[in-house]
Design a protein around this ligand. Structure first.
Ligand code: PLP
Length: 428
């Protein structure tokens, strides 16, 4: 028995499924998850000493790769000064200013501890501001695990093929309306029918939680127009895309100004941070300035703020996003070539360093089309890739991430390994 297998056996008796987040259990691809002993740059080392090129990057936060020296120094220096105060500190102001500078639509921001908290609070604020209760989300989009969002959700819910979660009161789920992503006509029809009941439209501007799906031209502009026309708020859930698909997130790339933005992942540089922000008139409704309550014992944690600041500052280096995007484009093209060589239908894409591929001829414009992909082939490919030292997200319905620690040589090596792994998967 390997050390990882041993640990997984122990874990299963004390942690549900042996993990603290469902997709980590490898249920969709089979086999035992490896347990991590350490990580540096683009690589993870497991408990048995095997090394992997990591395209999961902690599911998005690690745009600089693991244990980046500048972030490590910042964390160390912050921890030396104490790691939680329960009183404000300068780093919170600095990170808030930096976020506003990168995303001008985020005029004011509140830090929380996770993406889930951010979306939960943003929807509460939208409901309070509009005095309406209904929320529109899109099938396959994941906005964290709060009750309102576990309706046709992506990420682990999609991976495990779960129906909407038990434990969510029907009365609450009934306030969440879902439509297919990229279907502007359906959104327009919904607004015609009940636009005056909708508090907000929440959307992953580029979907990254049921694989990778790009928006069709004009989709978000249409959402913006309908929200304005009917007095609903547009919430961009940029927990994954923020500081990932561009320096200013998807809103910069798509040139759409949301009313509220939710952040997480990169904003904390791998520490537990989330944030929600947007129009100042809306954010001034949040307590203590306004009546909408939301609080956090560890919110604005000085060590977490330091990690976020150090991470974002590194991304300000000239050419940072251009280099990442070029490397990601090369990876995606290489995987596409491999699929063609093996005569396997594939649809692949990326925005910045967020990427994904489906084993289907496509097009993939929404979750229903994503589900047409060959998940059994994906599982075999995943296993073969892992054997060859390449760690892809253990689900056909999760996106991939490239970090600035991934070199051109890493990318070329990865393409060769994934090509060979596809051959193995097909022979399997
Ligand atoms: C990861 C993610 C979340 C949830 O963030 P957590 O920190 O896991 O709670 C919400 N929305 C999107 C788009 C995400 O990718």
């Amino acid at each position: 028995m390997s050390r990882s297998e041993e640990l997984f056996e122990r874990a299963k008796s004390v942690l549900p499924g042996g993990v603290n987040s469902p997709v980590r259990a490898f249920r969709a691809v089979g086999g035992t998850p490896f347990f991590v002993a350490g990580a540096k740059g683009a690589r993870l080392i497991d408990a048995d000493g095997k090394s992997y090129l990591d395209y999961v990057c902690s599911w998005g936060p690690l745009i600089l790769g693991h244990a980046h020296p500048a972030v490590l120094d910042a964390i160390r220096a912050a921890a030396e000064r104490g790691w939680t105060y329960g009183a404000p500190c300068e780093a919170e102001v600095e990170l808030a200013e930096l976020v506003r500078c990168r995303m001008p639509a985020v005029e004011m921001v509140r830090f929380v501890n996770s993406g889930t908290e951010a979306t939960m609070a943003a929807v509460r604020l939208a409901r309070a501001a509009t005095r309406r209760d209904a929320v529109l989300k899109f099938e396959g989009c994941y906005h964290g695990h709060a009750d309102s969002f576990l309706v046709k959700a992506g990420s682990g819910v999609a991976t495990l093929g779960l129906p909407d979660s038990p434990g969510v009161p029907a009365a609450l789920a009934g306030l969440t309306v879902t439509l297919p992503f990229n279907d502007g006509a359906a959104v327009e029809a919904l607004f015609q029918r009940r636009g005056d009941t909708l508090a907000a439209v929440i959307v992953e501007p580029y979907v990254g939680n049921c694989g990778f799906i790009a928006p069709e031209p004009g989709f978000h502009a249409a959402l913006r127009g309908l929200c304005d026309q009917h007095g609903a708020l547009l919430i961009f859930d940029e927990v994954m895309t923020g500081f990932r698909v561009a320096a200013g997130g998807a809103q910069e790339r798509l040139r759409v100004r949301p009313d509220l933005t939710t952040l997480g992942k990169i904003v904390g540089g791998g520490m537990p941070v989330g944030a929600y922000g947007g129009r100042a008139d809306l954010m001034r409704l949040v307590a203590p300035e306004g009546p909408v309550y939301q609080a956090g014992t560890l919110a604005g944690n000085p060590v977490a703020m330091a990690a976020g600041l150090a991470t974002l500052r590194q991304t300000e280096r000239p050419g940072f996003y251009e280099t990442l995007e070029r490397r990601t484009a090369r990876l995606v093209a290489g995987i596409g070539d491999a699929a063609r060589r093996h005569a396997v239908p594939m649809t692949a894409g990326h925005a910045g360093s967020l990427w994904g591929s489906y084993f289907t001829a496509g097009p993939v414009r929404n979750f229903a089309e994503a589900k047409r992909s060959d998940t059994a082939l994906f599982a075999r490919w995943h296993r073969a890739a892992l054997g060859r030292g390449v760690f892809l997200a253990p689900s056909a319905f999760e996106a991939g991430f490239v970090s600035s620690a991934h070199t051109d040589a890493d990318i070329d090596y990865t393409i060769a390994q994934l090509d060979a792994a596809l051959g193995e998967a097909l022979a399997d």
